[in-house]
Structures are given as structure tokens and as C-alpha cells.
Design a protein around this ligand. Structure first.
Ligand code: UT7
Length: 334
């Protein structure tokens, strides 16, 4: 084990102002507030409006807030990793744009894609850079403008997703009892048929877009299959991380789960023996922001986290991808 720990020193976040409510969605597709609330736990979601606004527009606001809150000089940042499935462009990548916009002149940066598990995978990657001893400070961002890939005539998906971005500052600390203690990640590419965006990549290139295949350029989900897989795999991997670190539900102060469906979250908490009051929930107001869910939970609950709290992250997403992480929280926020 490295004597160097990657420790979360601060949190930033941003959600757009525009609110899309269940009542608004009732006017757009055949659905209703009762169905959406009881099946998913979602009441409203935020959407990024305005021309020429991509994921970076939200991420930059989150990073600026983080730099200010932690009194960090952007020139001291060694790396910025951005997990997103809705980059502004394919090239240059979103994290490069963010570095430029926030003045992180000495940082290297790249984007990372692992669907809804992306932030957890990026945080693990950043933690390993820090534990290697080569880098001292990094920012890990998770954010998506899901409204750019959602088909607002498809009731199976348009009720689920929202836009938002969050980030954390990671710093190296020697022999610290705090920080990122353990992590586990898994993938299974046989999940392709159940959750995908088939258009826009190299198999169905942008120039092949036409009126007959345009739906393939939006997110597609076979909800029930994804639901069943998510329930078992997210709970299994979180239970595995707890067992490996000799933690029972009593020892865990917070479960920070991916916010895709309240019923999946409840099942995961049950399996871990963690009571509902210890689960960070904001799905009712943001929906599923994909890479944004975990850092936006940090952002909303930071004031309630206490130094020394045992926090378990759990994520599941397209691919399939899934993972869990054990963090010992390093600070009280005032
Ligand atoms: O973040 C990445 C990972 N994603 C997830 O973890 C999401 C996993 N899946 C889910 O959260 C749920 O499967 C959904 C919320 C997407 C759907 O809930 P469900 O209980 O699995 O519903 P279903 O897809 O089995 O559909 C049940 C019924 C169907 O009608 P019939 O065939 O029973 O007549 C659907 O057509 O509900 C219908 N339905 C709707 N009704 C009203 C589907 N969408 C809607 C809607 N409003 N928006």
C-alpha cells in the first residue's frame, strides 16, 4: 500500500436554472406525475438552455466554485479529469476546454467515459495518480448535458434524465487516516443492447444521420432489464467493498449511490444494511444526471458529512459498468 492517500478536500457543483417538471412532461408525452414519482422518485430535472452551451459551461461553474471554496490557485493543479458521455466536442476533449477556461495552465487533462459509472472510475483513476507520488493536486469532474441526447418524444427515457455537473479536489497526504481507502470496478460489454446511443460514433457516423435512423442518435434504454441488472450488481459490489473493509451497515455513515431510480437505491441500501436516513438522495430534483449524480450528491450533502465519516459510493451504468468506493471523509465544512 502506498503511504500516500488521495484525500477529497472540497466539492463544487452547478445545475442549470431551467426546471422541467413532471407536469411539463405530461404535456409533452403520454405520462403522468404519479407514474414518474412512484416508478422513479423523480419530480423535476434541470436543463441547460442557450445556444453554444455544452457540458463545459456547467463544469466550469462547478470548478470555479471549488477553487474559490478551497482557496486553490488553478496554476497549482496537476491534472483535471472529466467524466462525461456528452462532451462539448469529440476533439478537443471537454477537460482541455475547462483547463483553459479556469486557468489551470500547468495541468494535463483528459476525458473518461464509463457511462453512469464514469465519475467513480475517474475518481479511482485520479486517486491512483496521486497515490503514485507523481502528482499532488487534481480535480475530478462528472457532468452531462443529457438533454442533448434525450429524445423528448420517447416517454421511456425523457422522464429520467437531467443536466448538471459536480467536481472534487483531490490532494496527496502522507500517512493520512482519511481519503480514498478502497475501490472496485467492473464492466460487462454484453449490456450493449439494453442501454446505448448507437449513432454518432465510428459505426454509425454523423454523416449517416437521416430521417429514418435519427432515433439511434438518442439514448435508448430497455428499462426493465437495466433495472434488474443494476439492482443486483450495484448492491453486490457495495457489499463486497464493505466486507473487504470489515464494515457493517452500522459502521457506514453515508451511502452515496448513483441516482437513476429511487427503487434501485432503496434495494442497494437494504442489502448493505444501511438505513434510509444515511442515503444521499437528490434524484427528486435533478433526475439522472449520469456522470453528475455522485459529485452532485457530495455538493448537496457536504455540510452534513463529518470528518471521519465512512462513506460508500455505488454506481451502475450502461456498458454495463459498475463500481463501489470506500472513502473516509476528511473535513467538517462550515
Ligand atoms: O443510469 C443508468 C442506469 N439506468 C438505470 O438504472 C435505469 C433502470 N431502469 C429503470 O429505472 C426503470 O426500468 C424505468 C423507470 C426506466 C421504467 O420502470 P419499469 O417499472 O421498469 O417500467 P417498464 O419499462 O417495465 O414499463 C412498465 C409500463 C409499460 O407499459 P405496459 O407495457 O405494461 O402496458 C410502459 O409502456 O409502463 C409504461 N411506461 C410509462 N407509463 C407512463 C413506460 N414509461 C412510461 C412513462 N409514463 N413515462
Amino acid at each position: 500500500m502506498s503511504p500516500i492517500r488521495a484525500v477529497i478536500k472540497g466539492v463544487g457543483g452547478y445545475v442549470p436554472e431551467y426546471i422541467l417538471t413532471n407536469q411539463e412532461l405530461e404535456k409533452m408525452v403520454e405520462t403522468n406525475d404519479e407514474w414518474i414519482t412512484s416508478r422513479t422518485g423523480i419530480k423535476e430535472r434541470r436543463l441547460l438552455k442557450g445556444d453554444d452551451q455544452g457540458t463545459s459551461a456547467m463544469a466550469v461553474k462547478a470548478v470555479r466554485e471549488l477553487l474559490e471554496k478551497t482557496n486553490t490557485n488553478p496554476e497549482d493543479i496537476d491534472f483535471i479529469l472529466c467524466s462525461t458521455i456528452t462532451p462539448d466536442f469529440l476533439c478537443p476533449v471537454t477537460s482541455n476546454l475547462i483547463c483553459d477556461m479556469v486557468g489551470a495552465k500547468n495541468a494535463f487533462s483528459f476525458d473518461l467515459m464509463a457511462a453512469c459509472s464514469g465519475f467513480l472510475f475517474a475518481l479511482s483513476t485520479g486517486a491512483n495518480f496521486i497515490e503514485s507520488g507523481r502528482y499532488k493536486k487534481g480535480i475530478i469532474i462528472g457532468g452531462d448535458k443529457m438533454s442533448s441526447i434525450v429524445n423528448y418524444t420517447d416517454r421511456n427515457t425523457c422522464i429520467l434524465f437531467g443536466d448538471g455537473a459536480g467536481c472534487v479536489l483531490l490532494e496527496a497526504e502522507e500517512n493520512s487516516p482519511y481519503g480514498i481507502i478502497d475501490m472496485a470496478m467492473k464492466t460487462d460489454g454484453s449490456g450493449l443492447p439494453y442501454l446505448n446511443i448507437r449513432g454518432g460514433g465510428s459505426r454509425l457516423a454523423p454523416q449517416e444521420y437521416n430521417k429514418d435512423n435519427h432515433e439511434k442518435y438518442f439514448i435508448y434504454q430497455e428499462g426493465a432489464t437495466v433495472f434488474k441488472t443494476a439492482v443486483t450488481r450495484m448492491a453486490d459490489i457495495a457489499a463486497h467493498i464493505m466486507e473487504r473493509n470489515n464494515l457493517t451497515g452500522e459502521d457506514v455513515q453515508w451511502l452515496v449511490p448513483h441516482q437513476a431510480n429511487k427503487r434501485i437505491i432503496d434495494a442497494t441500501a437494504d442489502r448493505m444494511g444501511v438505513s434510509a436516513s444515511k442515503v444521499t438522495l437528490n434524484i427528486e430534483k435533478y433526475g439522472n444526471t449520469t456522470n453528475g449524480t455522485l459529485p452532485l450528491c457530495f455538493w448537496d450533502f457536504e455540510k452534513q458529512f463529518k470528518k471521519g465519516d465512512n462513506i460508500i459510493l455505488a454506481a451502475f451504468g450502461g456498458g454495463f459498468t459498475w463500481g463501489s468506493m470506500y472513502i473516509k471523509w476528511a473535513y467538517d465544512s462550515h
